[in-house]
Every structure is written in C-alpha cells, then in structure tokens.
Design a protein around this ligand. Structure first.
Ligand SMILES: NC(=O)c1ccc[n+]([C@@H]2O[C@H](COP(=O)([O-])OP(=O)(O)OC[C@H]3O[C@@H](n4cnc5c(N)ncnc54)[C@H](O)[C@@H]3O)[C@@H](O)[C@H]2O)c1
Length: 284
C-alpha cells in the first residue's frame, strides 16, 4: 500500500505533535516537525526517542528499525523551511483559536495550493479555523488520541466546506497509518469528547453529592462497563485542567446543562491536575 503523502509537516512538538510525528515516521513518511523554540523541539524529539528506546527494551523494535525511523523525523524552527515539498500539514499547537488562526494564515503564505491542512484541535470549529486560509475545501479535522502511537482511533472532522476528496485522502492516510478513522461533522467535542465530558462530569457529581465513593465509582465503571480505567483514574491521566477546558468549551457552545461540577473547578483552582501535578483524584 502506498500513501499519497510522502512528506508531512507537523506543527507543535508537544504531547500530540511528537506522538503524531512518531506514527507518521513509523509508516515510512518523512516528517518535518516544528516548534517555536529549540527547547520545545528538543523535548518533542526526546519524547520520541524515549518511546523508541522503550520499544527496544521490550524487544518490539531493533536498533536498525529505530535508526531508520529516527532519520524520517526532521526538526525545524521556521515554517518556511518545514513546509517545503510537503503534501499535508497536521497542526498540533496549543488549543487556542487565535494562535491557531494566526498559524494557518502563515501556513497559507508558505504552502502550495494543493497542500491539505489538518488540525488536531480537540474542540475548536474546523470551519472557523479554515477562515484563516484560502482553502476551506482542503481543510479538515484529524483528531488523534493520546498517546497517538498506541491509540487506534482518529476522528476525521468535516468542516462546512471540506471536500469529499480531502476526506477520502485523510481516511486513506489513517488506514495507511494503521489507525481506524471515524467520521464526524463539526460539533463541540465531536464524538468522543462530547460523550466523555458528560460521563466524567456526572462522575464528579456522584462523588461531590456523596452518592458513592471514588473507589466504588471507578470499580463500578471498570467492572460494569468493561472500561480499562474508572472516570477518576482517567481524569487524572488526561489532566484535570484539560478536562475542564473541554467541559467549559462544550458548555459555552451547547448550554448550561453541561456546566462543570464545582468539585472539578475547585481541584483545578487548587492545582490538583492529576498525574502531571503529583495529585488529582489520586496521589502519585
Ligand atoms: N493532550 C491530549 O490529550 C490531546 C488529545 C487530542 C488532541 N489534543 C489537541 O492537540 C493540540 C496540542 O495539544 P498538546 O497536548 O500536544 O499540547 P502541548 O502543550 O503538549 O504542545 C503544544 C506545542 O505547540 C507549540 N506551539 C505553540 N504555538 C506554536 C506555533 N505557533 N508554532 C509552532 N509550535 C507552537 C508549543 O510550544 C508546544 O510545544 C491541541 O489542539 C489539543 O487540544 C490534545
């Protein structure tokens, strides 16, 4: 199987950008990865190396495979250089509409007309981001899940003006990457985060209203619904600030019934963000 995408620019080398770059390189695609500062770029490349080293340790990859893969990843600080000869941009910068629009305006200047623009945004409207470009037909959402190297799903999001050809190309790419694409129109939270928010937020309310204890809720969901993690374990893993951001966005777009539980707000205010801060619903 061949991919029409030989070289792809991934913008943002954080959690998602570095993970997406790894997935692309693993499939043999050249990746130009971009960040605003050398230290962020280094962190992104380091996290890819850490993942690859752990694959070697587990006997899942050998040195030669890892070396071939590493050569597929090319770090850049300038968009102008990173966008040369590419067929696709995957944007994975900070979740901020203004910054993303500004970036797409710049990309519009540097990229050839046929280049497809994909955004990994978790919630921002695809059509709104596309207004920063002159190619809304070639603008699409490509929502990977964390960590991209291990999570199989990609939500492919159609904006108002996204063409069928663009959707088909992106679906083929997902399959080439051995991911499973699902299609959604643009709506706050798409499929997974919309349902995830309601599920997590109701769990917080069960806890704060004293209906059940943390461990009982987590256990109930793992055994009763066959989820690998309970809602509190999952919240800590995602980061409570990220969960709150998703919830705020969905509430602002869809109405008061999506209002975040006060327990979640309090924990974020207190700096209890989950695994990354050392404590959340659990201590680490
Ligand atoms: N973290 C998740 O679980 C997750 C899952 C799915 C989608 N997303 C989405 O992916 C995107 C990235 O999230 P993340 O968690 O990787 O964030 P992150 O903070 O880990 O990384 C963002 C990176 O983008 C860089 N950046 C910011 N502005 C830039 C610019 N103009 N040009 C180049 N680089 C720039 C930052 O320096 C940083 O390294 C967001 O839109 C987020 O909503 C996140």
């Amino acid at each position: 199987m061949n991919s029409e995408f030989k070289k792809i620019a991934v913008i943002g080398s954080g959690t998602m950008g570095s993970g997406i770059a790894l997935v692309l390189a693993r499939a043999g695609i050249d990746v130009n990865i971009v960040d605003v500062e050398q230290k962020f770029l280094d962190l992104g490349v380091q996290s890819i190396e850490n993942f690859l080293n752990s694959r070697i340790r587990k006997g899942k990859m050998n040195d030669q495979e890892v070396n071939i893969l590493k050569k597929k990843i090319h770090p850049f600080l300038k968009l102008e250089d990173a966008t040369r000869d590419i067929q696709l941009v995957i944007e994975a910068i900070t979740e901020d509409e203004k910054s993303k629009k500004q970036l797409f305006e710049e990309l519009e200047i540097h990229c050839d007309d046929q280049v497809i623009f994909a955004t990994n945004t978790s919630a921002i409207k695809i059509s709104e981001l596309a207004t920063a470009t002159k190619r809304p037909d070639k603008f699409v959402g490509m929502h990977f899940f964390n960590p991209p190297a291990l999570m199989n799903l990609v939500e492919v999001i159609r904006g108002d003006k996204t063409s069928d050809i663009t959707i088909e190309s992106i679906i083929s790419l997902c399959k080439f990457l051995e991911k499973t694409p699902v299609l959604s129109k643009e709506a706050p939270g798409f499929i997974v985060n919309r349902l995830l928010w309601v599920f997590l937020n109701e769990s917080y309310k069960l806890l704060e209203n004293g209906i059940a204890e943390r461990d009982h809720i987590d256990k109930a969901i793992k055994l009763g619904l066959n989820h690998p993690m309970g809602p509190f374990e999952l919240s800590d893993y995602i980061g409570l600030d990220v969960v709150l951001e998703i919830g705020e966005y969905i509430k602002n777009q869809l109405g008061e019934q999506y209002e975040p539980a006060s327990l979640l707000r309090k924990m974020v205010n207190d700096g209890k963000l989950g695994k990354k801060s050392g404590s959340g619903f659990y201590n680490y």
